[in-house]
Write a protein of this length. Structure first.
Length: 349
């Protein structure tokens, strides 16, 4: 069966680990209102769907709403948003790092100087629906968990250092399921490599989900995106996890070999990813800025254009992606897994 793309929606999906975090609650909002946060990479990319992986959370979405308004003032209307309290800065009540003190940044489920620091946030042109949230999954309960019997707080420690959201976005032609993450850096520990092992399990969680090990696998096209915080080959980290995701039979990698960050101490690496389902035709992909960033911080914005087939069209996996070109506030609803795919294309995937 062949796929006809005469009727489709071309959707630009992007992720950016931008400079949207500060040392205290409310400071990010002040900076956005004062126009002191650089949004030019977002405006240049003009995505339809944007996942920010370093965005301070506040309960009223004040900072995220201010960013919406800032972008809209420059012609980029992303009227839908989604963000919930992340694990970063969420107290465990325990002394996880063993320094004899409680309530410190490293004693939280994910590193944070305050609850919500460095969370995730989604902005979208199309309405999103939360399908699954694995953010409270215990690390010890993750499939093939690399947690050690000697790791602290086994009965309490969550896997996600920030969050793992499965968010269904209703594009004009069909649903796309975003599988989002922002993994812990595989450094800042000792020879026990606790952060490296946790990073491995965070990165591979969506692979297990696609394989049906966390319930029924998604029956609509999926896109894994966010900050894996690990390069397939360079630097610290257990590289087998990200390599497994890049080789997953359901996913394609339209930006193999690219560098998404340049750190002064370690140089260029690839840590942010947008990996579309093979049933989605990749129409283009790129990085902003095109050269190693200096003005906009260490990280580059990553974007991929995909063609979403119209409802009723039969789906079939596409070959590995070949890039053809380079170029009023709404709050999300939540539901259960049965809703995503209620507009499912004939034939499934």
């Amino acid at each position: 069966m062949l796929v006809a793309f005469a009727a489709r929606a071309d959707v630009r999906i992007a992720t950016w680990h931008g400079d949207f975090s500060d040392k205290g609650p409310g400071l990010l909002l002040q900076d956005i209102l004062a126009d002191e946060r650089d949004v030019s990479p977002i405006l240049e990319a003009a995505p339809d769907i944007l996942l920010l992986t370093n965005f301070d959370f506040d309960a009223g979405h004040a900072a995220l709403g201010a960013l919406q308004d800032r972008l809209a003032a420059d012609g980029l209307d992303l009227p839908y948003l989604y963000a919930t309290r992340p694990n970063s800065g969420w107290p465990t009540g325990l002394d996880l790092d063993g320094d004899g003190r409680f309530g410190r940044p490293r004693d939280a489920h994910g590193y944070g100087q305050f609850s919500g620091q460095g969370g995730m946030a989604l902005l979208s042109r199309y309405p999103p629906t939360l399908e699954r949230d694995f953010s409270d999954l215990l690390w010890m309960e993750a499939p093939d968990s690399a947690m050690s019997p000697t790791d602290a707080a086994r009965e309490v420690q969550r896997l996600s250092s920030v969050a793992h959201w499965a968010i269904c976005v209703a594009t004009p032609e069909g649903d796309v399921l975003l599988l989002t993450l922002a993994a812990t850096p595989p450094v800042f520990d000792g020879p026990e490599d606790r952060n490296g092992r946790r990073n491995l399990d965070e990165v591979t969680l969506w692979g297990h989900y696609l394989d049906g090990r966390l319930g029924a696998p998604p029956d609509v096209p999926a896109v894994v995106l966010g900050n894996f915080n690990v390069d397939p080959d360079r630097g610290d980290g257990l590289h087998d996890g990200v390599r497994a995701m890049l080789a997953h039979p359901r996913l394609q990698d339209p930006q193999a070999g690219t560098d998404t960050v340049t750190w002064d101490q370690t140089g260029p690496m690839r840590v942010s990813y947008v990996l579309p389902d093979r049933v989605l035709e990749v129409m283009g992909a790129g990085l902003i800025p095109r050269e190693a960033p200096r003005v906009h911080g260490a990280h580059r914005l990553v974007w991929v254009d995909v063609a979403v087939p119209a409802k009723g069209q039969l789906l079939k996996p596409q070959p590995s992606a070949t890039v053809r070109r380079q170029n009023g506030r709404n709050h999300v609803n939540t539901t259960d897994l049965s809703q995503c795919g209620s507009r499912q294309m004939a034939g499934g995937i």
